[in-house]
Design a protein around this ligand. Structure first.
Ligand code: CA
Length: 226
């Protein structure tokens, strides 16, 4: 069993590497997010222990990219702050479990073994944000329990936004992923599609989830709680 640790604090990183190696695992240690991303996307691991606060690419971004690349291996994230929002965010982004620092090594080992027993987590069948749900198998969307009919392109657009929720997606990326075309500034096909999607998904509901970030693109996210 091969484990990747992404941890920038060398003392903690070495401690974890040593402990997990002694417990019989093959362990790689990445000391920043870039190195962690490179290893996670090129090597074949059974589990990742991921620190949230990292220089360069942080743990959230890394987790998003790992999931976006279609890797469903278990991810145990380490957070220094005992914040409910952190935990919720991590789990929403597709982490499988978390530990709050400082923790006992025995506890980490127990979590690691339990996650490995559960095996690779399955591709989610439903993408969710607030009361919005997109069912990937049935190709259905509902919000607040109310069915929303979308065209194939609107569905693909919403799926892309939801898979990368919280991330501002440039029009060029949306154009290539949803329309399989190069972005041409003369076309307003994306603006039109986003407007139609918004009318269906946001107009009759609160809070509004799809946002235009001027000059940058679009993002879907739940507004911060007051
Ligand atoms: Ca750190």
């Amino acid at each position: 069993m091969k484990i990747l640790i992404v941890e920038d604090e060398s003392k903690t990183g070495e401690y974890l590497r040593q402990g997990l190696t002694e417990a019989g695992f093959v362990v790689d240690l990445a000391r920043d997010g870039l190195d962690g991303r490179h290893l996670a996307l090129t090597e074949d691991y059974d589990l990742i222990v991921l620190d949230v606060m990292l220089p360069g690419v942080d743990g959230w971004q890394l987790l998003r990219e790992i999931r976006h690349a279609g890797q469903h291996l278990p991810v145990l994230f380490l957070t220094a702050r005992d914040q409910v929002e952190d935990r919720v965010k991590g789990l929403e982004l597709g982490a499988d479990d978390y530990l709050v620092k400082p923790f006992a090594f025995s506890e980490l080992l127990a979590r690691v073994r339990s996650l490995l027993r559960r095996g690779k987590t399955k591709e989610p069948e439903t993408l969710r944000l607030a009361d919005l749900e997109l069912d990937l198998l049935r190709r259905r969307v509902q919000r607040g329990g109310k069915r929303i009919d979308l065209t194939a392109k609107e569905f693909a657009l919403l799926e892309l936004l939801l898979r990368r929720q919280g991330e501002v997606l440039p029009r060029s990326l949306i154009a290539s992923q949803v329309w399989d075309m190069n972005f041409d500034s003369d076309t307003n096909v994306i603006e039109v599609a986003v407007r139609r999607l918004r009318a269906k998904v946001d107009d009759d509901f609160e809070p509004k989830l799809i946002r235009t970030v001027r000059g940058m693109g679009y993002v879907i996210e739940a507004p911060d709680q007051p």
